[in-house]
Design a protein around this ligand. Structure first.
Ligand code: HEM
Length: 163
């Protein structure tokens, strides 16, 4: 296996597979609150790019629900991070933000969707991904839609499965 590209050393704490330790919580004013499980993978092939997959499932029925995959880049010599994300709902996003210690603060910079995407359409996404002192990874996602202001949609913590 390839050595991690040095540009990505500040993100080495993300690499591997993460499983939700207890179900995550989903909410939004317009929907019924729900619980979900999720598996994350972050890998690399030696390029200055991390490849990722986020696969979410219904907590009770285990049916596959939301999926995201994409790439992460860092601007060399800075703490600037970019996520390029494709979602199974028909949404694609560029999110950018900053890495501070082991916390990523990301905001959508560009959103696009398939012409027949379900409404309401997402207008903004903001996301915090952080490694907690207890070794768990935590993700919080907020969004704004056509008819709702920015508010939390997801909160979940994960335990590392492999390193
Ligand atoms: C609903 C976006 C991630 C599960 C929604 C809605 C939007 C949305 C726009 C409809 C809200 C409304 O009707 O007002 C997103 C975005 C995500 C994301 C942008 C990631 C950045 C997830 C994940 C799950 C999930 C990881 C985990 C299972 C649901 C469920 C609903 C929902 C169950 C309500 C039922 C439905 O509309 O399908 N989401 N979502 N979402 N989302 Fe997400």
């Amino acid at each position: 296996t390839a050595d991690l590209n040095p540009v990505l050393l500040p993100l080495d704490w993300l690499l591997g597979t993460w499983e939700s330790d207890e179900p995550g919580e989903g909410c939004f004013t317009t929907i019924k609150p729900f619980r979900y499980t999720e598996t994350l993978t972050f890998s690399h092939v030696g390029q200055p790019v991390i490849n990722f997959t986020f696969n979410a499932f219904h907590a009770e029925t285990k049916k596959p629900l939301h999926r995201e995959c994409g790439f992460i880049r860092m601007q060399p010599g800075t703490n600037r991070v970019a996520f390029m994300i494709a979602q199974n709902s028909g949404l694609v996003e560029i999110e950018e933000g900053e890495l501070t210690a082991q916390q990523l603060n990301l905001q959508s910079q560009a959103l696009a969707r398939v012409s027949f995407a379900r409404e309401p359409h997402v207008q903004k996404v903001s996301r915090v991904i952080q490694l907690r002192p207890d070794g768990r990874l935590e993700q919080t996602v907020s969004m704004a839609t056509d008819n709702q202001p920015l508010m939390q949609h997801l909160h979940i913590t994960y335990r590392r499965q492999t390193s």
